[in-house]
Structure formats: structure tokens, C-alpha cells
Ligand binder design. Structure first.
Ligand code: DUC
Ligand code: ZN
Ligand code: ZN
Length: 481
């Protein structure tokens, strides 16, 4: 007797696509294969639908006070929005501050996350390199938190790690089997450019993008890689947007160095002309939006395997929050000052449909690559595979069911977070998550959320030593491309 039987769907993994049934008992997959006729409490006929492993969002910032703002979504709301986008697990970051231990920040954040309707895990954010921090990092690995993010910029916002701290963390991470994650933007270049903008009296939204060009990202990316290489420590470079950086990754991969790369859908579909609009402040995020040519380079890197994962970098702030520290002129127009705008945008719900439509639909990536980029590789790199990220007996019964033919329009009115705008407003997409299943329970069906607050559980992670050692452990075929 099964609890759930998914019949007649097309099963998609990172390597295969095949017709078959999936049987679930006690929240786990118990069988995957041909026609199954055993009795089941619930049987769902998925003829014409594709069954993907539940989407994992390894990069969100929820309930994260930043630049004087808090954001309108708590973890319950964010998990609901995610569920509508096929997300069955996400990973957030500790709200570490200078003078507050990363261990205490971990306990606080885990408490906030308990309301989530889907499974969750945590990365530690490191902002200083004292003895206490280094001791805490060891404790965190034992608690199943083996990934540590460092910001190479935002000095004035108090969360930047200086180079010496980065190197220290790399050394500790190497010893304890952890993976440092880097936000790569050169603080020196950014601060200098911001000062120059102020001096010439141009703090427009557009000037923001020009002040942090690809070079600002590539310099930090290259520096992080050189430090990592010199220490012999693997790293993950998040939200990567430019070819200069991707070419550095390609070189690292030729040497089989474990430099992993993430990008986000907004760098593939939104461009810096958004900053020319009066409400361009809504699109202020870091790194900034770039050009269609940059996006084409990023698609190439998704296709050739240089980029291993995608994340949303979901970091939501309302219109009021985005403009909280701005003033208007006599004509009611914004007096533009990009420094006063909190950085971040939403994406947990839109990541899968955008990658289905713009990526698979337009031939940039295959459906199997999409599965790797939205689930399997994330589980592998962040240490929760094969419990997560795959469709095989023994794994958690987490699925995103998609209808590849369904077209719809992205809009704040149809998405499920508490935002009063959507940067993708009006974008037509083809391919839609129509049902989400977490631990064998249907949590989104027929356009309704059927999950429950607090049903998500903390996922303790342990990194695969092979993936920490060599890039080819993740992507065996990729180096011979
Ligand atoms: N970038 C953003 O846009 N928001 C939050 C943090 C970040 O790195
Ligand atoms: Zn970042
Ligand atoms: Zn981020």
C-alpha cells in the first residue's frame, strides 16, 4: 500500500527523461519505474505533465534587516511563494552583525525559519574573523551548516569581509570540510565610483549600474579565486553576471579546481535600461542589472556547464521600503540617490517558470540541465544529495510538476509574496509549475496552497569531500567540452 502514486507522468532528472510511475510512502520515494498497479491512498494521473525533482533555492534573504528595511515577507509567506514556483526547499543566511556571534545569529535565524511550510537549511554569513567566529564555524559544520557566505563589498553597511578575513575563513573551511561562498564585488572600486558619482552630482539609478560594472565584479571574482587557489580551498561564487568572471571559472575548471558558480534569472532577463525609468530604483540590486550581451554570455555559461547552479537571491522590499530614504522634487519626481535605496528583488516564485520559458523554451538549456541547475547540482554542492535533488528510491518525495505548454503572464497580482510590484510584470512565459509535492504531500494544487505553516523541517547538510576536492566530481563530462 502506497500513500501516493504518481502515474503516467514524464519523469525528468538531470540526466534522463522517461515515462513512468512514482510510488511514495511515509514522505519518501519507494519506487520509480514502469506502470505500478499497487493500491495507494491517493493516485494522481499526470498524463501530459513533467515531474521534476522539487526545486531548491539555495540563495534567499528573508527576514533580513538591511539598509534600514526589513522586507514584507516572513518565512511562511516566502515558503508559500516558493511552493507556487515548485520550491520544496530553500537555504537562507544568518543575520550576522559585527559584535554578534555567528553561532547566536544561527540560533536566532533557525527559530524564525520554523514557520516555513517547506524544508529549509541555512548558510552562515561571516562578517568578522575573530577567534570566536572561527570556533563557531567548526560548531556550525557539526550542526549541518557547512557553507559560509562572505560579502566582498558593503563595507559601509557593516557586512563586508576584508581580504585577511576571507583568507582566514578559507583556511578554516579547508580544514573542516566547509564551502565558502562569495559575493564578488570590489568594495574599493565600488566606493571610489560612488564617490565620483557624488562629486559629479549624478547619483541616478543608471549611474548605479555604471558605478559597479562587470570589471568591479570580475576583479573581486578573480581575487577570491586566487586566494582560494593559494589556500587550496573550494569556493562558490554567487550571482555571477559577466564573461570576464566566467572565463576565470573556465580556466579554473580546466585545472579541475573546485570553483563553483551560481547565477540568477534576473541577470538573464532584465537589463540595465530598467534604471532609465522613473521607478528604476525598484530594480536596484547587487550586482546591478547588466546588458543583453552579458545575459547571452551567462546563457552560454549555463549551457556549457561553467555555471553549475541558479539561485533567486530573493530579497524582497516593498515600494515604500525601496523609496523610504528618498525625497521628491517640486514636480513630484524622485531626487535620485542610488545610495539610499535598499538592494534586492524578488525571485523565489519566478525562477522555475523563467528558466523553463526563457531557458528551455528558447533552446539555451535542456530540460535535464534545468533540473541540474534548479535542484540536483544544488543538492550535490550544498551537501543534501541524494536525500534532495533527485527522483530515486530513498529520496524525499519532493516534486515540481510542470505543464510545459501552459502560458501565463507574470504579475504582482498572480504571484504570492507580499510585494506591491513585480519586476517581471507583464512578462509572458510558457511553462508553469502546476502542482508541488513536499514529503509526499501535495502543497500546491489547482492554483491553491494546501500546505501548512511549520511543516518544513531543517535539513542538516554534510558536504561531499570529492566535490570539495575537484570540480569534475560534480560535472564529469564538462571538462571535455
Ligand atoms: N544583493 C542584493 O541585491 N540584495 C541583498 C544582498 C545582495 O547581495
Ligand atoms: Zn550577494
Ligand atoms: Zn544574496
Amino acid at each position: 500500500m502506497f500513500d501516493l502514486l504518481l502515474k503516467n507522468g514524464t519523469i525528468v532528472t538531470d540526466t534522463d527523461t522517461f515515462r513512468g510511475d512514482i510510488a511514495v510512502r511515509d514522505g519518501k520515494i519507494v519506487a520509480v519505474g514502469g506502470q505500478m498497479e499497487e493500491e495507494s491512498t491517493r493516485v494522481i494521473d499526470l498524463t501530459g505533465k513533467h515531474i521534476l525533482p522539487g526545486v531548491i533555492d539555495g540563495h534567499i534573504h528573508c527576514m533580513c534587516p538591511f539598509m534600514g528595511c526589513q522586507g514584507p515577507n516572513d518565512f511562511y509567506k516566502t515558503s508559500i511563494a516558493g511552493a507556487f514556483g515548485g520550491v520544496t526547499m530553500f537555504i537562507d543566511f544568518t543575520n550576522t552583525e559585527v559584535g554578534k556571534s555567528v553561532y547566536d545569529a544561527t540560533q536566532e535565524k533557525l527559530e524564525l525559519m520554523e514557520m516555513s511550510a517547506v524544508d529549509y537549511a541555512l548558510h552562515a554569513k561571516v562578517v568578522e574573523g575573530n577567534e570566536q567566529t572561527m570556533a563557531d564555524l567548526r560548531k556550525l559544520v557539526d550542526m549541518g551548516i557547512p557553507t559560509f557566505k562572505m560579502f566582498m563589498t558593503y563595507r559601509k553597511d557593516g557586512i563586508m569581509c576584508d581580504d585577511a578575513t576571507m583568507i582566514k575563513v578559507f583556511k578554516v573551511a579547508k580544514k573542516i570540510g566547509a564551502l565558502p561562498m562569495l559575493h564578488c564585488e570590489s568594495n574599493a572600486l565600488a566606493e571610489d565610483a560612488f564617490d565620483a558619482c557624488e562629486a559629479r552630482g549624478d547619483l541616478s539609478w543608471r549611474a548605479f549600474a555604471e558605478a559597479k560594472p562587470g570589471l568591479c565584479e570580475a576583479e573581486a571574482f578573480t581575487r577570491a579565486y586566487y586566494y582560494a587557489k593559494s589556500v587550496g580551498c573550494p569556493i562558490m561564487a554567487v550571482h555571477t553576471t559577466v564573461k570576464e568572471a566566467l572565463d576565470v571559472a573556465r580556466k579554473a575548471h580546466e585545472e579541475d579546481f573546485p570553483l563553483y558558480v551560481e547565477t540568477c534569472p534576473h541577470y538573464l532577463t532584465l537589463f540595465k535600461d530598467r534604471y532609465d525609468a522613473e521607478d528604476g530604483y525598484l530594480a536596484i540590486c547587487s550586482p546591478p542589472l547588466r546588458t543583453p550581451k552579458d545575459a547571452a554570455d551567462v546563457w552560454d555559461a549555463l549551457k556549457d556547464g561553467t555555471i553549475s547552479i541558479t539561485g533567486s537571491d530573493d530579497c524582497t522590499y516593498t515600494r515604500e521600503e525601496k523609496s523610504r530614504f528618498l525625497k521628491k522634487d517640486g514636480q513630484g519626481k524622485w531626487i535620485q540617490d542610488f545610495r539610499a535605496v535598499v538592494n534586492g528583488n524578488s525571485g523565489i516564485e519566478t525562477r522555475l517558470p523563467i528558466l523553463l520559458s526563457e531557458g528551455v523554451g528558447k533552446g539555451h538549456i535542456t530540460l535535464n540541465q534545468l533540473v541540474a541547475l534548479t535542484s540536483t547540482n544544488i543538492a550535490k554542492i550544498y551537501g543534501c544529495y541524494p536525500r534532495k535533488g533527485c527522483i530515486q528510491a530513498g529520496a524525499d518525495a519532493d516534486f515540481a510538476i510542470v505543464d510545459l505548454d501552459k502560458t501565463w503572464t507574470l504579475s504582482k497580482d498572480t504571484l504570492h509574496n507580499n510585494l506591491d510590484y513585480c519586476l517581471f510584470e507583464g512578462m509572458e512565459v510558457k511553462g508553469m509549475p502546476v502542482m508541488t509535492i513536499a514529503h509526499g504531500k501535495v502543497i500546491v494544487e489547482n492554483g491553491a496552497f494546501t500546505g501548512s505553516r511549520g511543516e518544513g523541517k531543517f535539513v542538516s547538510r554534510r558536504l561531499d569531500p570529492e566535490i570539495l576536492k575537484r570540480y569534475s566530481a560534480l560535472a564529469p563530462g564538462v571538462r571535455s567540452r
